[in-house]
Design a protein around this ligand. Structure first.
Ligand code: CDP
Length: 239
């Protein structure tokens, strides 16, 4: 959130720099089974974001100190590849990737039936190949698809979208310029079957009315994205 109000990102017709209206989601593709050695996997492109998720397990949790007697643990690792942005990222875990890994695990824990696998571990590896804003949303959404591809029992899939505010206009699914120079960013994780919310972060300022619009945009977009997820899983492979 740069919050530079002088950067014009909405034209006189209300269109955004990438040609979308305020409510439109960037184009999405989903392909499952992309990592043959994994138990489940998925590649998701969302705009120019490109993210691969591999799921391994359930397997015995090692070291034993991480084991839970009554349920499995989710071991989630979000990572941006060093070549995923124009500024080369220093390889390895940093504060941001730790935070995103944790909130992703927390959101997924609310849907995965962990109690079915005591003393086990389910490993979820999220690798961002190309980053164009909203990568935490793409990672969380793609992780849900990869877990389903692995046959892990879940009550629902998490669908995550980030809407926000740009030039005083609330817009759905922020792109890189909107994320960098906009005034607010509201990533949310929604369960489409129940309508529950399992993840919410907010950066910048929104009035209560703007917050409600961004919220509604995220929910509406989540239902759209959910359809693409279901189609990809039914089809198996590229959609
Ligand atoms: O990706 P997301 O919007 O979930 O997280 P962010 O921290 O708000 O980052 C927004 C965007 O900034 C990312 O998607 C990347 O395109 C870019 N970024 C970057 O270039 N280098 C970083 N170390 C972190 C983010």
């Amino acid at each position: 959130m740069g919050g530079y109000g002088d950067v014009q990102m909405i034209d006189e017709n209300g269109l955004r720099m990438d040609g979308r209206t305020a409510t439109q989601v960037r184009p999405i593709t989903i392909e499952t089974g992309v990592i043959p050695v994994a138990d489940g996997s998925c590649r998701m492109t969302w705009g120019t974001n490109d993210v691969i998720v591999a799921v391994y397990g359930p397997m015995e949790a090692h070291p034993r100190k991480i084991q839970r007697q009554d349920r499995a643990v989710l071991d989630v690792r979000y990572n941006m590849a060093p070549f995923s942005t124009s500024d080369r990222i220093r390889p390895g875990f940093n504060r941001r990737s730790r935070e995103i890994s944790k909130v992703t695990a927390d959101a997924l824990e609310s849907v995965v039936l962990l109690e079915m696998y005591p003393r086990s571990k389910i490993r979820v590896e999220i690798e961002v190949l190309c980053a164009e804003a909203g990568t935490r949303c793409v990672g969380l959404t793609a992780a849900s698809v990869a877990l389903a591809d692995a046959g892990i029992p879940m009550t629902d899939m998490v669908v995550s979208v980030a809407s926000g505010k740009v030039n005083d206009v609330v817009v759905c699914d922020l792109n890189k310029e909107e994320d960098n120079y906009g005034e607010a960013d509201l990533p949310m994780g929604v369960l489409p079957n129940s309508g529950e919310l399992v993840f919410l972060q907010m950066d910048g300022d929104l009035s209560p009315e703007e917050f409600q619009i961004a919220w509604d945009y995220n929910i509406q977009a989540a239902y759209e994205v959910h359809k693409i997820m279901i189609e990809a899983l039914k089809k198996g492979g590229a959609n």
